[in-house]
Design a protein around this ligand. Sequence first.
Ligand SMILES: Cc1ncc(COP(=O)(O)O)c(C=O)c1O
Length: 461
Amino acid sequence: MTPEQFRLYGHRAIDWVADYLENPERYPVLPKVQPGDLTDSLPAAGPEQGESMDAILADFEKLIVPATTQWNHPGFMAYFGISAAPAGILGELLTAALNVNGMLWKSSPSVVELEQVTLRWLAQWTGLPSDWFGCIYDTASTSSMHAIAAARQAADPESRTKGCDPRLTVYTSEQSHSSIEKGALAVGIGQERVRRIGTDSEFRMCPGKLRVAIEHDLAAGLRPCCVTATVGTTSTTSVDPVPAIADICKQYGIWLHVDAAYAGSAMVIPEFRWAYEGCERADSLVTNPHKWLLTPVDCSVFYTSRPEVLRQAFSLVPEYLQTKPDPRAINLMDYGVPLGRRFRALKLWFVMRSFGREGLADVIREHVRLAQDLASEVDADPRFERTAPSPFSVVCFRYKGSDEENRRIQEEVNATGEIFISGTVLNGRFTLRVAVGNQATTVKHMQRVWELVKQAVPAVT
Ligand SMILES: Cc1ncc(COP(=O)(O)O)c(C=O)c1O
């Protein structure tokens, strides 16, 4: 491609993005495709000769976009709704253009230093200790896996050389994300050594049950090494009692990791900081700007107050990557499994600068307000019941009927192509779950989801 052609197609691509973002409801939120449709529409083998950008862009519009779930759609209220702010998209474009690999300070000082600076800003904005070490991984799953690896290292330094002690145990609540269990199995602790601690009526880990589980394991000769508390669980956004959990971790010398993948972004708003109470005592914490801080996927921020332990767990430097030691020249490859790393801080920096803390707080505050209004509608309708408190922007509720009826409501709402909601199981019963997180979502979309849910209620016979 010549520089002139790049300019031409670059402008066309940006124009496409601008149109797309201007009208995010142009496509149904859920694509109207069946499994295999896209595969069948694409050639079985790649082209021998290069094709024109005209042909490639035309197929992008004709084949790829219609098979894409529209996470940018304001009716996207499943899982955790997300947005990529235009500033973040531009940051991502420039990251691709620079195409640097930030494994070492020397391999790109900008990647390493901007990552440290943006994460310090984020810590300040969210009330976390500003001297914590931070680095960016792809997902919260990877971040939590590194937390568990560090916990293993702290409890059993020989695990690095001799492999994992089979007596190590990990604790998390029965409401925590599956990534914690996966992290434990990835570092060799094994699913059987992960204790799922019971929760209270509001889906928060019970510290008393945690203590009993730890005591029981100690008595059996096992070695508790990590507790993961969640600030904003996936199903209900409940917040575990971190101060009480931190006391227990301190008493038994156990690594405390906090999973704030979703709710961590809300801490840019001072009135939500209650949810981070006690987190300053954690050994590590993960929060995902790609969930609720308008940063394009992927961007998961991992903080630790004990970076030296992470380093002991992972630093392994071959001859050809040796550099002159300098305390200000951090080599991020020393702090985890990946050697190469993308310049993810650039898009986060673009978003943070273009909104400012107050701008981001305004967006998140509005999402919470929209969700709270829906919660009030549900509370006011005797045919429905809320199934969990809604401290942030997620509302869990159900029609007072069978699971099958509620599943049918979800299917009917999603079949419209206007709204996409998910469901979860709470206290053994299927429940509808609406998550607000898209920048384009307004009162109109919230009214629509409620209208569609009510329309799907089974007729009284
Ligand atoms: C609380 C929590 N932790 C972890 C994750 C996993 O996130 P990721 O997809 O970044 O691995 C999720 C995903 O929704 C989550 O809700």
